[in-house]
Design a protein around this ligand. Structure first.
Ligand code: PLP
Length: 709
């Protein structure tokens, strides 16, 4: 089930991971057992940093993304944190005599780029380098090759780390590593260590098939045991120069991550921030605890007992970290971005998530949302909408065309993307390359695709009475043939209802007939021992009027955007949906026209008396229907209604603001309001223009920028 789907397992594990890192720096078991301490801090705790790398990559690295926005945001954020941390640790650097060392500059450059200006800070430049390297590798090659290249880097790193004792013995190799150590104190850095984990993190995000819980747990257990054996052996023979990198660390972290991916729930944003705070401040807390122990004469307890020391550092870090997170949250005021556009679409993403959760609540358990984002997400901006839906965990999308599908991939959208319409068979390779799913619109089409010889995923469409696309529901023989096609993987089957919005008895009967036919076909297939793939029937009205129907997916479009098609529509389920989109523009100029003057093309408006007219820089070229001309439509300025006068032009229109005496140039004019039931709600505006909100919204022009709020 997808309700509130977020990776809470990943979110929550950040906390123990941060505590493990504190353990590395405080050795809690040192007072009790040397071996125990080695196992805890030099072996087990080594999963923590790679886990953080994979986690970052999971949300940053993707195979298809052509626009580097997420990467840029990650790099920028990490750089800012790094800069702040460098400044934060300057006092400790001064105290430790860092700045007295000579020559200072080369050392500083080396530290800033590779080793961190304070020992634990190496993680931040390594994250940046790892992300950049993985991004490059994944886009240049496919995943297997990116994994291979980054694994080779890791291998090189390995012989400068845990396996250095072996490398040293090989002639020539020792010199190679001495060169490396001129530039970086360790091979555990952004070049040799981090990239492979970033690649693996991206791979985990892009790959839709999840490893089972059991498999991942077994994999983790086995590789952890092997890592332990590996580490103990290297340790016993004294081969380690450093102890961060092991061969079995790779599978160990990978399996652990796959296991954690199974835990879904609400997003734990605070835990993420707290873990970061712990990471950044704990060395300061080590200093603080030592200082406190000295002042209070408690050294024997607080410092010499390693476990108490560890717990004290954890407690201090948790308290200070929590306070820091709370303070930052308080001062992180959201600045409203001033919109400087002539005309724009404003989308309220809070309303979008509300609609997603509302629809999911109506859907029966086991049914998942397939977000229909065709036609620029019904005018809401495919980018803004899909990237947001991806972030909140929606994992299935429907588009109309192959290009819309490719676009989503380039935005970094994960999960299934179903093309609802026809795609020229010459583009099969693109369907495969971008991991899209094609609708098989009839038998001849499926046959032609199959002959292309490239295996793609598809959903088979069944015609149950719409008589548009699909194989006839009675043609079981054709369905069987399609399922047997060797170059098509049929992973879904669906039909489309032609009058699900109507509550008229004969339309309801017709719809029930369509549903019955679809299920009859499934019954026949089952009887003949065929495996039933994922099935779906309902669009928005299908769900709202036939909510009891249990399918694998619901293809929701208009309802997702918080509207019904027409104002008078009444559905069985009264969903509290919230409109997402408003269409706004601003007054370009205001003029006064005298009695008898006309306004606009064809002189369709004549002023009977003196009037104040505001010109708005929006027209039918932006998708505002020309049918709203001559008083048929209106806009809202300063909470009052201004009727449209004369004919709407391609890029401008005129409204009468005589009554709105305070209207001024630059004022926002709302053409479509994101309010249910308002005069300017999408269904009402659409109805006035003689259409439905689906058409009104999907025709909003591409030249309108989308502003997310
Ligand atoms: C557009 C479309 C949908 C979405 O319809 P809404 O009524 O907007 O929910 C669903 N299925 C198919 C086949 C479509 O073409």
């Amino acid at each position: 089930m997808m309700k509130n789907e977020s990776y809470s397992g990943i979110d929550l594990f950040r906390l123990p991971a941060a505590l493990l890192i504190i353990a590395i720096h405080t050795s809690p078991l040192a007072s009790f057992s040397k071996t125990g301490d080695f196992v805890l801090t030099r072996v087990a705790a080594r999963v923590a940093v790679p886990f953080f790398f994979m986690t970052s990559a999971f949300f940053v690295i993707t195979r298809y993304a052509k626009n580097a926005e997420r990467l840029a945001a990650f790099v920028k954020r990490t750089a800012v944190i790094y800069a702040a941390a460098i400044v934060f640790y300057i006092p400790v650097n001064i105290y430790s005599g860092y700045f007295r060392e000579q020559p200072l500059l080369p050392r500083m450059i080396k530290d800033v780029v590779f080793d961190g200006t304070f020992y634990h800070l190496w993680y931040l430049p390594a994250s940046v380098m790892g992300a950049l390297a993985a991004w490059y590798l994944v886009r240049k090659y496919d995943y297997p090759r990116a994994v291979a290249v980054s694994a080779v880097l890791y291998l090189i790193g390995l012989f400068g780390d845990s396996y250095f004792g072996i490398a040293q013995k090989v002639p020539g190799i020792g010199g190679f590593y001495r060169q490396i150590f001129q530039v970086s104190d360790y091979t555990r850095n952004g070049i040799f260590f981090a990239p492979v984990f970033f690649v693996l993190g991206g791979m985990s995000a892009d790959c839709r098939r999840r490893m089972s819980r059991k498999m991942s747990l077994i994999g983790f257990g086995v590789s952890f045991a092997l890592m332990l054996v590996e580490a103990m052996t290297l340790h016993t023979f004294g081969l380690q120069r450093h102890d961060s990198m092991y061969v079995f660390l790779l599978p160990c972290v990978y399996f652990l991550f796959q296991f954690l991916l199974h835990f879904r729930g609400r997003r734990k944003a605070r835990v993420k921030e707290l873990a970061l705070a712990l990471y950044l401040i704990h060395p300061m807390m080590i200093v603080a605890v030592r200082l406190a122990a000295k002042v209070l004469h408690l050294q024997s307890l607080l410092v010499e007992n390693s476990m108490v020391h560890y717990l004290a550092v954890c407690a201090a870090s948790l308290v200070v970290g929590a306070v820091a997170v709370c303070l930052l949250e308080k001062y992180k005021t959201k600045k409203p971005v001033p919109v400087a556009e002539r005309a724009y679409v404003e989308v309220d993403l809070n309303n979008l998530i509300h609609n997603v959760r509302t629809l999911e609540q109506i859907m029966p358990a086991g049914s998942r949302l397939m977000a229909v984002v065709k036609a620029n997400a019904y005018g809401h901006g495919a980018y803004e909408t899909a990237v947001y839906l991806d972030r909140i965990g929606v994992r299935a999308y429907a588009v109309a065309t192959v290009d819309e599908g490719i676009c989503l991939r380039k935005y970094g959208v994960h999960g299934e993307i179903l093309i609802l319409g026809y795609t020229d068979i010459r583009r099969v390779e693109e369907i495969r390359k971008y991991d899209l799913t094609q609708t098989l619109v009839d038998f001849a089409y499926a046959d032609a695709i199959n002959r292309q010889g490239r295996r793609i995923k598809a959903h088979l469409k069944i015609d149950t009475g719409m008589h548009r696309l699909g194989i006839d529901w009675e043609d079981l023989a054709a369905v069987k043939k399609v399922f047997a096609m060797s170059h098509i993987k049929v992973c879904g089957m669906y039909t489309h209802l032609c009058c699900p919005a109507s509550r008229k008895p004969d339309d309801v009967a017709y719809t029930k007939g369509q549903i019955a036919r679809f299920y009859k076909l499934l019954e026949w297939m089952e009887r003949d021992g065929m495996k039933i793939p994922a099935v779906h029937v309902q669009s928005s009205y299908g769900l709202l009027n036939y909510p009891q129907l249990k399918c694998d997916y619901v293809r929701a479009g208009i309802a997702l955007y918080g509207c019904l098609s027409a104002p008078q529509d009444c559905t069985v389920v009264k969903a509290q949906l919230r409109p997402v989109l408003s269409l706004k523009t601003r007054i370009a100029l205001i003029r006064t026209v005298k009695a008898g003057d006309t306004v606009g093309y064809d002189r369709r408006f004549t002023a009977e008396e003196e009037r104040r007219i505001a010109i708005l820089p929006i027209g039918y070229g932006d998708g505002l229907p020309r049918n709203l001309s001559c008083g048929n439509g209106s806009v809202r300025i300063r909470q009052r209604c201004a009727p449209i006068v004369g004919l709407i032009c391609m890029d401008q229109l005129a409204v009468d603001v005589t009554q709105i005496t305070d209207a001024a140039v630059g004022d926002v004019a709302t053409c479509i309001a994101a309010e249910a039931d308002a005069v300017l709600s999408a269904p009402n505006v659409a109805a006035r223009s003689g259409s439905i909100s689906n058409e009104l919204l999907s025709r909003l022009g591409e030249r309108l920028p989308v502003v997310a709020k």
